[in-house]
Design a binder for this molecule. Structure first.
Ligand code: ADP
Ligand code: MG
Length: 263
């Protein structure tokens, strides 16, 4: 009887609705070939990550450890690796690069139009995406005339306008002043909660990780593998409460220090 009960409990746990994986990263090794005088470099791996639907996984680690290389592999911009990138369910992917990468000679709306297939609702979708990031008025402004903060908002709108299932973000708020960065974090939080995209979010900022992430992965120096993985798990109200974020950040910083993997 006891055994049967235990079996029932285990079955019930297994039957709990775990969100399906949207991404599996299985990297044995990522190497860059020798180029001129530079020797070949083993940059990443062994490295394994799984990302579930609607989950925001924050990736941090020392500068040069291979975070951007990882995102490029996931995006399929680079496909030379020992290992594989699996995207079960195949959904739509969007990538917010480390630099906004807008076409300066195109307007804001035209920059968004480039990522959307032609269709009767294209203009409306662009207008809605720009309104969501507070840039409705800037639709006809040339990208070359935008401040960095505005350009980063356009980059977010361009990512969300495709209604991605998987969003890649590479230090999207770097080199902004504190107030602008905080406004954009709140904006991203709203967008993620509304669209429920899964995200792989690279940042150096632990406080930003706590505010936006569900789970934190700290990578080792190159060749990067997972040094530490920790849950973050603040509820939506706490993510918007600076004191709660600061408290959880201090806790995580302490845990990481004890583990010797403070980024
Ligand atoms: N195309 C490339 N060819 C050779 N080496 C590269 C290339 N891209 C990046 N690297 C090297 O790979 C390492 C990881 O780079 P990167 O992924 O940009 O690191 P991170 O984003 O973590 O700062 C760095 O040493 C970088 O110089
Ligand atoms: Mg990088």
């Amino acid at each position: 009887m006891g055994e049967r009960l235990a079996g029932t409990v285990a079955d019930a746990r297994e039957a709990a609705p775990a969100a399906p994986a949207v991404l599996r990263v299985i990297i044995d090794a990522k190497r860059f070939p020798a180029l001129g005088e530079a020797p070949p470099r083993h940059v990443l791996g062994p490295l394994r990550l799984t990302l579930r639907a609607h989950e925001v996984l924050v990736v941090t680690g020392p500068s040069g450890c291979g975070k951007t290389t990882l995102l490029n592999l996931v995006a399929g911009l680079d496909d030379e690796l020992d290992g594989r990138i699996e995207r079960p369910g195949q959904g739509r992917l969007a990538y917010v690069f480390q630099e906004p990468r807008l076409l300066p000679w195109r307007t804001v709306a035209q920059n968004l139009a480039l990522v959307l297939p032609a269709g009767p609702d294209r203009a409306a979708r662009i207008a809605k995406a720009l309104a969501e990031v507070g840039l409705a008025e800037a639709a006809t402004t040339y990208a070359s005339r935008l401040s960095l903060g505005m350009a980063r908002r356009v980059a977010l709108a361009r990512a969300f306008v495709v209604e991605p299932d998987l969003l890649l973000l590479d230090e999207p708020f770097a080199s902004l002043d504190r107030a602008t960065a905080q406004r954009l974090r709140l904006l991203l939080l709203d967008l993620l909660e509304t669209r429920r995209a899964a995200a792989l979010f690279v940042t150096h900022d632990l406080e930003e990780a706590v505010m936006l992430g569900d789970r934190l992965v700290v990578l080792t120096a190159s060749p990067a593998s997972v040094a530490t993985e920790l849950p973050i798990a603040l509820d939506p109200a706490a993510r918007r409460d600076e004191a709660a974020v600061a408290a959880r950040t201090a806790e995580l910083r302490g845990a990481l220090r004890d583990l010797g993997s403070l980024p």
